[in-house]
Design a protein around this ligand. Structure first.
Ligand SMILES: Cc1cc2nc3c(=O)[nH]c(=O)nc-3n(C[C@H](O)[C@H](O)[C@H](O)COP(=O)(O)O)c2cc1C
Length: 308
């Protein structure tokens, strides 16, 4: 019987970006830990590239946490793991639907209860609200969040918005005109093996209490106050439109098609229009409410969950 620690990696990915990130993070642990991969697969796959309408039509059920079903897991839900890595991506400021479906399953409760969990995100740059929902899921499942690694596209918000929409709806990831390639920068993915050291230390000592601080010291989480302001502005409208659209029927229902189009137009106009204002608003907040914003940055960088 192997005495090596056992890691379960639960993930979903459309383009394999997240799987590449996982592989780089875990590469230094090869031979030192037994890693089991559980890839989440929706019963009816989400398309890639996404037809535009279908992309925005996925918003309501993502935000309202009513995910499309996933296929049965391969892993035995009663198997013991020393660490679970929950690798995921935000969709519309919430955990992606396959990941939400997993977190709502009875198998997740059996796999995660009492286990240390590291969350690993591969996304554009807006993950705070999704991570708050993730913290809540893990808390309710009795899991112990011990670390977070958020890999983002560090280009300017509007640049990454354009490149990710082109990638998601046309399947084109490459650089074009003056735009860089879409997604998390390759150099950052290549450098992500640095996180394995502290994970290995915690696995061998069985003490995960200082793990997140060690990961943060290696820049596992970088936070721009302007993006916090922008993201928090988006949460309420997303919830409003999610309810407004789903009131007309479920995913793909032609009765809600007009509302989906309206949401798409408003969202795509609002982001570039509001972006300069939120930049100014975050400067003002930094000047006038520096203490509050700094508190927010500290909280969102961390792994604790606010009451309420
Ligand atoms: C429907 C959809 C919505 C997305 N919403 C967000 C978001 O709210 N915040 C963010 O940072 N990235 C967002 N992304 C980007 C994803 O988080 C992710 O980086 C990208 O889809 C590649 O992930 P993959 O590993 O599934 O291929 C979204 C992507 C899709 C397809």
């Amino acid at each position: 019987m192997s005495l090596r620690p056992k890691i379960l990696v639960v993930y979903y990915t459309q383009t394999s970006q997240l799987k590449r990130i996982i592989d780089h993070v875990l590469a230094p642990l090869e031979g030192k830990a037994d890693v089991v991969f559980e890839e989440l697969k929706p019963v009816t796959p989400f398309p890639f590239p996404w037809p535009k309408h279908e992309f925005f039509d996925a918003m309501p059920e993502t935000v309202l946490a009513r995910p499309r079903a996933i296929q049965p897991l391969k892993v035995n839900p009663d198997e013991h793991f020393d660490l679970v890595i929950m690798a995921y991506q935000p969709w519309f400021l919430s955990p992606s639907q396959p990941v939400a479906a997993f977190l709502q399953s009875p198998e997740a409760a059996r796999l995660l209860k009492g286990k240390p969990v590291v969350t690993l995100l591969g996304c554009r740059n807006m993950w705070i609200n999704a991570q708050e929902k993730m913290k809540r899921y893990l808390h309710n499942l009795g899991a112990n969040l011990v670390g977070n690694i958020a890999m983002v596209d560090t280009h300017h918000n509007l640049i990454s918005l354009i490149t990710i929409l082109r990638w998601s709806t046309k399947g084109k990831k490459d650089a074009f005109l003056f735009f860089p390639p879409a997604g998390v920068q390759e150099a950052d993915i290549q450098a992500s093996g640095r996180f394995a050291g502290p994970i290995a230390e915690s696995l061998s000592s069985g003490d995960f209490s200082g793990l997140h601080d060690k990961l943060v010291a290696l820049k596992s989480v970088d936070m721009k106050p302007g993006l916090i302001v922008l993201e928090m502005r988006g949460v309420k409208p997303f919830r409003f439109f999610a309810n407004f659209i789903s009131a007309k029927g479920g995913p793909g229902n032609p009765a809600r098609s007009g509302r989906v189009t309206l949401y798409r137009i408003i969202l795509l106009a609002a982001i570039p229009l509001l972006s300069p204002f939120t930049t100014v608003a975050s400067w003002l907040k930094l000047l006038l409410l520096r203490k509050k914003l700094n508190q927010d940055v500290t909280y969102y960088k961390g792994i604790s969950l606010r009451e309420g």
